[in-house]
Write a protein that binds this ligand. Structure first.
Ligand SMILES: Cc1cc2nc3c(=O)[nH]c(=O)nc-3n(C[C@H](O)[C@H](O)[C@H](O)COP(=O)(O)OP(=O)(O)OC[C@H]3O[C@@H](n4cnc5c(N)ncnc54)[C@H](O)[C@@H]3O)c2cc1C
Ligand SMILES: Cc1cc2nc3c(=O)[nH]c(=O)nc-3n(C[C@H](O)[C@H](O)[C@H](O)COP(=O)(O)O)c2cc1C
Length: 625
């Protein structure tokens, strides 16, 4: 039997899910398969792999995800012989977002590098795009068809042995056995709190700290509520930097947990033991939030592990099919899990943001056992929030600025975001709740900002830092995209003030902030930002209200209006930073800058000018959906 290796590099889990799904499909086709994160794989064994499939997403500004950095650095070594991978056939699929300048940069580089090392490409690189209506699945479906053809050509299965794919239920990754009932203790809405504190033991990179402030900062009548939350780091001794991200591990709401258990007929007080299934190909580690604690209550699994308020993808229906006992429901599930049913699946699931819970309600005669839920529902992942305070100003008290996800779907169902609703409920003094979080490096870093090497004089340091204030920043934010810019402006203001205090001349600031929101009620940190402008810490604060006049005005309109100011800033070495919604905004803003260069600038080729800014990291973007 042919043995295949599937490797993935993933920041948010998407590429990992794709790799697992391809792994399952390979197995059902009769191949032996191993699936692993690139950095968990011994890269020295790569030359002896006959066939390798790589799935890689792109993060940052065209950067590799954290769990493939070591692998990638190794592959880039100049000392590797040109024919190292001469015995390896490979295929690469990328996950990316075409609104970013370096679209799928990692998959493109990986595909090229594997070829340079002598690998044989089985099929052209596949490029998944978040901007497609069906997300990355749209390109993946087409690419996978070609992959199966290429594999069948390379590793033909014996005549007559091609399996009927739809009939084979792959083994689950975990076995779950009941070990009794939990002794009844008080159960209330704070139970997840205690759980997280215990779970921290399993997550070395996570910290626990109390919430100090949790307030709404939008005015009465704002379309979307935005909250400002501060965390007390003084006891966990965790530093942070400007541009960093706070990744928060939420729990599901108790109300949703109870609904899910009712629909799935699960007993919340049942204690179960979870173990890797010896029949499963990959020896998957136990879910991080559940491992090492012996038997666990079903309630805890639902509170902290399964993201059942998320939206299912196709592979969920592929597995659900096997558990449907009613003919009509089974046929409908089959449609939704087929490649030809992609548009139908989009209408039914993604467009409505239908949750796993709702889908199970719609199919009452399809009830997988708990062991399969770990394969069908993704784990509850930490959500990221840009830190909105400066470490110079609030070294032990970082803040985040979160927009509440709370809306009515097209099916007239109220939907609330898992993490934002969890954070909204966090209590502060006198009995503050604790957050389980990690601090990660973000992508919006001011280029050229360096720390002095040891041994420099105070004057050297001041000279160096002063020079870094000179290149103007052109910050473009919509909504909570203001968060990292508030941190940056606070940082630069604090530094300027410290120069004054030490008797040094502080440079004139040429930073510009273009901020977009619907109405004045949503003008976040208004008083503070206006004060920065009047005190000269910001050269200009430009606000675009989209809903205050007949014609909508967006940040891109303001950018065009201020073409001369912005061109001037660019010519002084300015750096553009864009933060906020990943919807249409990043493309529209980019086009507006091309127009600025065309109208106010002297560059012959405006598109090329902006491309050069991107290539030299003078055009940075951090956006989310
Ligand atoms: C690098 C980075 C930095 C970030 N920084 C911030 C930040 O500073 N502030 C901030 O608020 N968020 C930030 N986010 C987003 C944040 O991580 C979460 O995704 C967001 O808060 C929602 O989480 P949730 O668990 O509440 O929602 P979930 O339960 O995960 O639901 C969110 C989903 O609901 C969908 N949705 C939301 N509103 C609607 C609507 N009206 N109609 C249809 N669908 C909708 C979205 O498409 C999204 O997929 C950042 C994300 C990244 C990747
Ligand atoms: C902070 C951030 C930076 C990103 N940078 C890029 C990028 O430079 N190029 C790109 O093509 N996609 C970029 N993306 C989009 C991701 O690659 C895309 O969402 C992908 O589906 C994520 O896969 P993952 O969950 O495996 O990490 C970025 C996404 C985020 C949240």
């Amino acid at each position: 039997m042919a043995s295949l290796l599937i490797l993935y590099g993933s920041q948010g889990g998407g590429a990992g899910e794709v790799a697992e799904r391809l792994g399952r499909d390979c197995e059902r086709r009769g191949y032996e398969v191993r699936v692993s994160a690139m950095d968990d794989y011994d890269v020295l064994s790569l030359p002896s792999e006959g066939t390798m499939i790589a799935v890689a997403s792109t993060t940052g500004q065209g950067d590799a995800p954290d769990n493939m950095r070591k692998f990638w650095t190794f592959l880039l070594k100049k000392s590797l012989p040109a024919h190292s991978l001469a015995s390896t056939s490979f295929a690469v699929f990328g996950l990316g977002d075409s609104s970013y300048a370096k679209f799928n940069a990692v998959a493109k580089r990986l595909d090229k590098r594997l070829e340079m090392l002598g690998g044989k490409r089985m099929l052209p690189l596949g490029l998944g795009d978040d901007q497609d209506s069906g997300g990355y699945d749209q390109k993946l479906d087409v690419w996978a068809v070609e992959l199966w053809k290429a594999l069948a050509h390379l590793h033909p299965l014996p005549e007559g042995s091609v399996p009927d794919l739809s009939d084979i239920l792959p083994p689950s990754r975990f076995c779950v056995s009941k070990v009794g009932k939990r002794s009844l203790g008080a159960v209330d809405g704070r139970e997840g709190q205690q759980l997280l504190a215990t779970m921290k033991l399993a997550r070395g990179d996570f910290h626990i700290a109390p919430v100090l402030t949790n307030v709404s900062i939008t005015g009465e009548g704002a379309v979307k509520e935005v909250r400002h939350l501060e965390v007390d780091l003084s006891l966990c001794n965790q530093p942070y930097k400007t541009g960093d991200i706070l990744a928060v591990q939420p729990t599901n709401r108790l109300e949703d947990v109870e609904n899910f258990s009712r629909v799935m007929q699960l007993d919340l007080d049942e204690m179960v033991k979870i173990e890797p299934n010896p029949q499963h190909r990959s020896k998957t580690a136990l879910p991080a939030l559940l491992c090492g604690f012996g038997p666990v209550a079903v309630r805890d699994i639902l509170l902290v592990h399964l993201d059942f308020m998320n939206t299912p993808r196709r592979h969920f229906f592929e597995l659900l099919f096997h558990f449907a006992t009613d003919k009509t429901q089974k046929e409908r599930i089959e449609e939704l899990s087929s490649v030809s049913g992609r548009d139908d699946l989009y209408e039914y699931c993604q467009k409505q943001r239908r949750t796993f819970l709702e889908v199970f309600r719609d199919f009452p005669d399809a009830r997988p056992p708990l062991s399969y839920l770990f394969d069908m529902i993704p784990p509850l992942r930490p959500r990221q929030f840009s830190i909105s305070s400066s470490p110079r100003v609030a070294p032990h008290r970082p803040s985040i600025t979160l927009a509440m996800v709370d809306y009515v779907s097209r099916t007239k169902m109220r939907r609330v975001g898992v993490c934002t609703s969890y954070l909204k409920e966090m209590r502060t003094s006198p009995h503050p709740d604790q957050l389980l979080f990690s601090i990660k490096e973000g992508t919006l870093k001011i280029p050229g900002v360096k720390r002095m090497k040891e041994g420099g004089t105070v004057e050297d340091e001041l000279r160096m830092e002063t020079s870094q204030l000179i290149a103007p920043l052109i910050m473009v934010a919509t909504g909570t995209g203001i968060a990292p810019f508030r941190s940056i402006i606070q940082e630069r203001r604090s530094f300027r003030e410290s120069l004054w205090r030490k008797g040094f001349p502080a440079p004139e600031m040429n930073d510009v902030l273009v901020f977009g929101c619907r109405t004045p009620q949503e003008f976040l940190y208004r008083a503070e930002l206006e004060e920065y402008e009047s005190a000269g810490h910001l050269k200009r604060l430009i606000v675009a209200y989209s809903r205050m006049q007949d014609k909508k005005v967006y940040v891109q309109d303001k950018i065009r209006e201020e073409a001369s100011l912005l061109w001037h800033a660019l010519e002084e070495g300015g750096v553009i930073m864009v933060c906020g919604s990943s919807d249409k905004m990043p493309r529209d803003v980019r086009q507006a800058f091309v127009d600025v260069v065309n109208s106010a600038g002297q560059a012959d080729d405006a598109e090329q000018y902006v491309r050069t800014l991107e290539a030299t990291r003078r055009y940075l973007q951090e956006t989310w959906s």
